[in-house]
Design a protein around this ligand. Structure first.
Ligand code: NAD
Length: 330
């Protein structure tokens, strides 16, 4: 099958080629993103393979349908960037990689917590300049703190287990509760109680109409003053302008984000010689208690191997008319 692979970076090619060494699938790599303006690149291909910041709205779906694309295969778990309903109407199948390494993302969330808390990013630079002072480096013990987890699916479960290991009290909110987690000592609460009682809140739910701007000015007024908020899920779970206000008034004590509302204009690109026109991220970067990473939670060798293996399996399942195990359904 001829497949157009969009938003590719060298690591995408390396890992997909490694597992497609027999050229079972004809992969053509494009660095460009796929969106309503670039669908012409998919002319002559039966399938497109996309990543988190490709935007496949109803207009893009319509154009892809007209040029004969029958499959959209995501190299990611999240699928908020594809209009699934529009794809269904045109009988275009959408597939994804539902679980490649939940631990990779969970461990990155923990890295954000530890860095923000113990300020290792600052001290790294200080020590390189022979500054061994402890001034302004005081952190807090994680042991005994209450951690609120929103979304206890695959990544949320992995995250809960790590935090239990630190000796934290872990409370959670999800629309479906995990019995296995309850047996491990995780207590499910209402969202309001989670906001009220957590010292650290970590987001592991998908972005959809119900969760968009889960954290806005109203939510920030309900959290414990000085809470640490970690988002490795999707940027628009947090309304950035409201987070900035909450940081200014101290309601939000620390913010660690691996995802950002407007990340498609920034992340995965070297913009070090460009003028950043996004004033919100510029303001965020100015806070000493904000840590931003460029959507790298998934970026481990183990996860990249699994993403490539599942992506190629999805192509094979589709091509051979097998059961589409990883199909995204409404
Ligand atoms: P998952 O489907 O296994 O779990 C999601 C959980 O969220 C489920 O338990 C679901 O019931 C729950 N949920 C759904 N709606 C909710 C709501 N309104 N309130 C509370 N909980 C709700 O998904 P996962 O594999 O754990 O991934 C979680 C998210 O992490 C993905 O949606 C994706 O956006 C993000 N992600 C980020 C990276 C990264 O590199 N930073 C990598 C992979 C995934």
């Amino acid at each position: 099958m001829k497949i157009a692979v969009f938003s590719t970076k060298p690591h995408d090619r390396e890992y997909l080629d490694k597992f497609n060494s027999n050229n079972r699938h004809q992969l053509t790599y494009f660095e460009a993103p796929l969106n309503a303006d670039t669908t012409n690149l998919a002319l002559g291909f039966e399938a497109v393979c996309i990543f988190v910041n490709d935007k496949i709205d109803a207009v893009a779906i319509d154009k892809l349908f007209k040029i004969g694309v029958k499959l959209i295969d995501l190299r990611s778990a999240g699928f908020n960037n594809v209009d699934i309903e529009a794809a269904k109407k045109k009988n275009i199948k959408v597939m994804r990689v539902p679980a490649y390494s939940p631990e990779a993302v969970a461990e990155h969330a923990v890295a954000l917590i530890l860095t923000l808390n113990r300020k290792t990013h600052k001290v790294y630079n200080r020590v390189r300049e022979s500054n061994f002072s402890l001034e302004n480096l005081i952190g807090f013990n994680l042991h005994g703190k209450t951690v609120g987890v929103i979304g206890t699916g695959k990544i949320g479960v992995a995250f809960c287990q790590i935090m239990l290991g630190f000796g934290c009290k872990v409370i959670a909110y999800d629309i479906t509760e995990s019995e296995k987690l309850k047996e491990k000592g995780i207590e499910y609460t209402t969202l309001v109680d989670l906001f009220k009682n957590s010292d650290i809140i970590s987001l592991h739910c998908p972005l959809n109409l119900k969760t968009k701007y889960l954290f806005d000015i109203k939510t920030f007024s309900k959290v414990k003053k000085g809470v640490m908020l970690i988002n490795t899920s999707r940027g628009a779970l947090i309304k950035t302008s409201d987070a900035i206000d909450a940081l200014k008034n101290g309601q939000l004590g620390y913010l660690g984000i691996d995802v950002y509302e407007q990340e498609e204009n920034l992340f995965f690109n070297d913009l070090s010689e460009s003028i950043i026109k996004d004033d919100l991220i510029e303001r965020l970067m100015a806070f000493h208690n904000v840590l931003i990473t460029p959507h790298q939670g998934f970026f481990t060798k183990e996860a990249l191997n699994q993403i490539a293996i599942t992506t190629l399996k999805n192509f094979t399942d589709f091509e051979e008319g097998l059961l589409l195990e990883n199909e995204v359904k409404l």
